[in-house]
Ligand binder design. Structure first.
Ligand code: MRU
Length: 314
């Protein structure tokens, strides 16, 4: 699972959380013991290893920690495993339900937006349900409302061109892929009613880490007076991050940029390859979450939403 996460076989913040949770159970199965202390030690080791496989999406470390916190109460090895599996099942079910709610809240909020620009992949291939930003698109389509998508290809790994385009073609939803540098022209020529993206980690002040290129889209959307939404579950909000300064940005291998579609295009050149950037909260029109639509001032509305969710779970 660690290898799959690092190679992006599994990717997208909510899917990373779900896979991390089940990965802990797999880790327990790979290191069986009759001794509960040894099983608990395996639990902590495996959870730490999986939770640290990638640094930016908070769902990953949070889900692994959540499974460990629940399962360490087990008094036998079998009970530790059963508790871990139950927690993983709960995380998966919660994510599916969060996607459904995000879709419904987004459908209401974006009722007037027919042409939606998105970035990276935030749909069925990134979550346990229909998705976050793409969940809004699916909710519109399922309700019979007109919707079409402009998907940025999302260099260097092309999640937009490879995954979002595949999902939407498969679902029969009109999609137009644009090269990343075409996004500004698409906004300037009024081809887009709203930009809706996902998130990997949201700080308490609304600063949002998401796939590299998101920040540029947000600046362009502001310049062209197009609303810019972030759609994501509260599980992607980090109560311990006060601002962008508390978010670690993953650096990826240089060869992802030196190559395009498997062909080497820029050998022997220095590369800077951050996997994510941070969009400041002030560029975000609103967050579409499973707990509803959060609007500025984010340093008030985000902590209130997280406290509400914590109280509901307790
Ligand atoms: O590197 P990736 O493919 O894991 O990056 C994914 C994204 O940036 C998504 O936009 C984000 O995780 C939200 S997925 C619903």
């Amino acid at each position: 699972m660690v290898d799959a996460i690092r190679r992006l076989v599994v990717r997208g913040a909510p899917a990373l959380g779900v896979c991390a949770a089940y990965g802990v159970v797999v880790g327990l199965d790979e290191h069986p013991s009759d001794d509960v202390a040894a099983t608990r030690a395996t639990l902590e080791r495996v959870a730490a290893e999986i939770g640290g496989a990638r640094p930016t999406a908070v769902n990953l470390s949070a889900a692994a920690s959540r499974v460990a916190a629940s399962a360490r109460a087990g008094t036998t090895p079998a009970e530790v495993r059963a508790l871990a599996l139950a927690e993983a099942d709960a995380i998966r079910a919660e994510d599916e339900e969060a996607c459904r709610r995000i879709g419904e809240h987004g459908r209401t909020e974006l009722a007037a937006a027919r042409r939606i620009m998105t970035h990276c992949n935030t749909g069925r291939l990134a979550t346990a349900g229909l998705g976050t930003a793409l969940g809004v698109v699916y909710a519109k389509a399922l309700a019979g409302e007109p919707v079409e998508v402009v998907a940025s290809e999302t260099r260097p790994l092309l999640q937009g061109a490879r995954l979002t385009a595949w999902e939407l073609v498969d679902a029969g939803i009109p999609v137009t892929v644009v090269a990343d540098p075409a996004a500004g022209a698409a906004l300037a020529t009024r081809r887009v009613d709203a930009v809706v993206v996902g998130c990997d980690r949201v700080a308490l002040n609304g600063d949002t880490a998401n796939k590299i290129g998101t920040y540029g889209l947000a600046v362009l959307a502001r310049a062209h007076d197009v609303p810019f939404y972030v759609a994501g579950p509260l599980s992607s909000f980090d109560p311990s991050a006060r601002s962008a300064a508390d978010i670690v940005i993953e650096q990826r291998p240089a060869d992802e940029v030196r190559t395009a579609g498997g062909a080497v295009v820029a050998p022997d050149v220095d590369v800077w390859n951050p996997a994510f950037d941070v969009t400041p909260g002030e560029l975000i029109t609103a967050f579409v979450t499973d707990a509803g639509v959060l609007r500025p001032p984010y340093d008030a509305t985000i902590p209130a939403a997280l406290e509400g969710a914590g109280a509901a779970r307790a």
